[in-house]
Design a protein around this ligand. Sequence first.
Ligand code: GUN
Length: 283
Amino acid sequence: MIDNLIDGKQIAGQVTEEVQKRVEALKAKGITPGLAVVLVGNNPASQTYVNNKTKTCERLGMYSILIQLDEGVSEAELLNQVELLNNDEKIHGILVQLPLPKQIDEDRVIAKISPFKDVDGFHPESVGKMMIGQQTFLPCTPFGILKLLEYSNIDVAGKHAVIIGRSNIVGKPMGQLLLQKDATVTYCHSKTTDLHAFTKQADILVVATGRTKMIDASYVKEGAVVIDVGINRDENNKLCGDVDFDSVKEVASKITPVPGGVGPMTIAMLMENTCLAAENTSK
Ligand code: GUN
């Protein structure tokens, strides 16, 4: 085991242990936190992600349901399903797994989810609140990365954080949350010219490109903290990230592995958000 590893599995274990205590406290009051996961179609990767989510719920004593809809489901049917879940008292959190098939407008589906049950933090109301620093559900992957940094005693204030990727799910909220922690933030993306020039300045480098092992040691400053958000399969069908781990681990002061880095944190934060949604109903 290399000593500069950030062990996401272990930290996720600590986070879920705390969540479990909160679940027990809620259950003592007669409330069982409930999560509904909606999966459209049969993308094998999405299937694995949602199974992990519902299994973790069960392990923590939470209630969960998985709603599987056909690839060809109409937008109206999906919106109707979300509406049923919005009105279901046993359900405190709703997650519609993305991406959705092309006949469905993702934005419309996300906007349909009740902001009180928006445990993904993707609803425009949640995003707006996050932007202005108000208390809301934070998107699970960037929220999980903040926790990884916090539990690893990495102070963000005054550091230069460089994010590669600008998705609504990871890149954009990640930059915003690091900014709120007083980092200086730079966003890079597929149209950035001279990516090296930016990444070489990063004290904290968050990589969410979706491109297998794209970032090698040539992009990384000596001593940087490197967070790998990617989940890909290499030429041997082995899970790997967007970072070339074997190359970058030689220069980074801290690095997340894939698997066992960011992935377990995303699920842990989903559990925390679902627990929070349930707590909010008893206030
Ligand atoms: N697809 C990839 N990541 C996520 C996520 O965090 N939430 C949802 N709903 N879909 C995703």
